[in-house]
Design a protein around this ligand. Structure first.
Ligand code: GLN
Length: 486
């Protein structure tokens, strides 16, 4: 197999045995990008020269015996993470020319581990979306069917991994944005517990929900990436000061003694029959592997989308107030007064979906409506947290589909934001409760589109999720299947 098609752990072995160099790997991935990027559009910004330089440094470090955990591994990074000296647009025109003066903590950790950063992956503007169609820099295509969306908002991250345009990626997940595109692109994606990974340098969308996580070719790589980015960071007051386990350690443990909960509300009307079948087959495989299963209830599931689409826009309306044409990025130079400059910079700089969220959020927080919308949504959030607490008394993890349907056609839902929002029903509650969740491929639809299997767990139970996902992956053995992008 070509180097670009390999996983982190496979490449690590080749590097350790000196069978290949980091520059060979980087060149192989850059050639691949050259060949397929025109069809996919996974990147907003590429920095090939810098990548090759980093690869050469990695080779030096390997020679000196001081290579880090990701030494010489080429990655893409969602364009929502600040990268020192490398443009960070967040998919928005308003940050078209923003070059951060510092690295996000996660990026700093990747660099310290010796990773090679290829460039910045495309995304929905400010991470608002489920299809990556809300982007000022074009719509990326699903590598399995280029007429379909690759999911969002970390669409470029998932597409770049699926199309072998990088070895792994980092995305962010506020309501499903790692798990859902991973599911649609047939790769692994994990949203860790809120507080597990530092959000310093992650451009804020909804600060009480945002979390960074890996998107990878298999579960073992997911554990490797999580090892690299996890941990307490004094620069993020919401990061939790707690030991990071070695996520690779318990990966291969069996499932005997684990109880898998099946939330009945996640298998109701609106669920595509092929998705249901693939997930049921996954559940059967977990039973064969020795896990017990039990039906559980998350009674407030129906209210999750409504609560999320008040809370997330409310936080966004406040977070996005900083883009005023003065301090960051785009400024309308034709404005004749300060007020006009603010107004025009924001009107021209933001896309429609972002404006819609700012308006919804501002309305929900305004005096007279705060109690009716924002406070109510917070109350629903508490009930959702309680649902999970009750469910986890009966089981160790919860399993379900990630998205009710496989990837849809580009353009299909753009004029119907509500139907787009509703497709987030199975991923949003995880964020409202701050829990970890993973998507692992579990099959394909009749027309060849990937289907993801979601595992959610209690706070800081990432090890359990990875262990179950690994067992499932081994039993399914579809992780080697690649989209036919020649
Ligand atoms: N689709 C959801 C939204 O548009 C989630 C996005 C995300 O997780 N960043 O808000």
């Amino acid at each position: 197999m070509e180097l670009y098609a390999l996983t982190i752990h496979e490449l690590q072995e080749l590097l350790a045995n000196k069978e290949v160099s980091a520059v060979d790997i980087c060149q192989s991935v850059l050639d691949r990008i050259e060949r397929v990027e025109g069809k996919i559009g996974a990147y907003i910004t590429l920095d090939k020269e810098k990548a090759l330089e980093q690869a050469a440094v990695a080779d030096q470090h390997i020679d000196e015996g001081k290579g880090g955990a990701l030494c010489g591994i080429p990655l893409s990074v969602k364009d929502i993470l600040c990268t020192k000296g490398l443009r960070t647009t967040c998919g928005s025109k308003i940050l078209e020319s923003f070059i951060p003066p510092y690295d996000a903590t996660a990026v700093e950790k990747l660099n310290a581990a010796g990773a090679v950063i290829l460039g910045k992956a495309t995304m929905d503007e400010f991470a608002m979306g489920s299809s990556n169609e809300n982007c000022a820099y074009g719509v990326p295509k699903n590598p399995w069917n280029t007429e379909c969306i690759c999911g969002g908002s970390s669409g470029g991250s998932a597409a770049s991994v699926a199309a072998d345009e990088c070895i792994a990626s980092i995305g962010s997940d506020t309501g499903g944005s790692i798990r859902q595109p991973a599911s649609h692109c047939g790769v692994v994606g994990m949203k860790p517990t809120y507080g597990r990974v530092s959000r310093y340098g992650l451009v804020a969308y909804a600060s009480s929900l945002d979390q960074l996580g890996p998107i990878t070719k298999d579960v073992e790589d997911c554990a490797i990436m999580l090892n690299a980015i996890s941990g307490y960071d004094p620069k993020d007051s919401t990061s939790v000061n707690r030991q990071t386990p070695d996520y690779r350690q318990s990966l291969k443990d069996g499932l005997k003694g684990l109880t898998v909960g099946i939330p009945k509300e996640y298998f109701t009307a609106g669920l595509d029959s092929e998705v249901e079948q693939a997930v049921q087959q996954g559940i059967n495989l977990l039973r064969e592997a020795g896990a017990d299963t039990v039906e559980v209830s998350l009674p407030h599931t129906d209210y999750a989308v409504a609560a999320y689409y008040v809370i997330a826009p409310a936080e966004a309306s406040s977070n996005l107030a900083r883009y005023d044409g003065v301090r960051y990025g785009f400024r309308d130079m034709e404005a004749e007064s300060l007020l006009e400059m603010y107004k025009e910079s924001r009107s021209i700089g933001f896309g429609d979906e972002v404006k819609r969220r700012i308006i919804i959020g501002t309305y929900a927080l305004s005096s007279g409506y705060y109690d009716a919308y924002y406070k109510k949504a917070l109350q629903v959030r508490s009930l959702i947290v309680e649902d999970f607490t009750n469910a986890f008394e009966k089981c160790d993890v919860l399993v379900s589909p990630v998205c009710p349907t496989p990837a849809w056609k580009i353009g299909e839902k753009v004029d119907d934001p509500l139907s787009m929002y509703l497709s987030d029903i199975l991923t949003i509650a995880t964020n409202l409760a701050g829990l970890p969740g993973i998507s692992v491929p579990c099959g394909f639809s009749g027309n060849g589109l990937p289907i993801g299997f979601q595992i959610q767990g209690g706070h800081f139970e990432e090890e359990k999720l990875l262990q179950i996902a690994y067992n499932l992956e081994q039993r399914l053995d579809i992780s080697g299947k690649k989209p036919a992008l020649s």
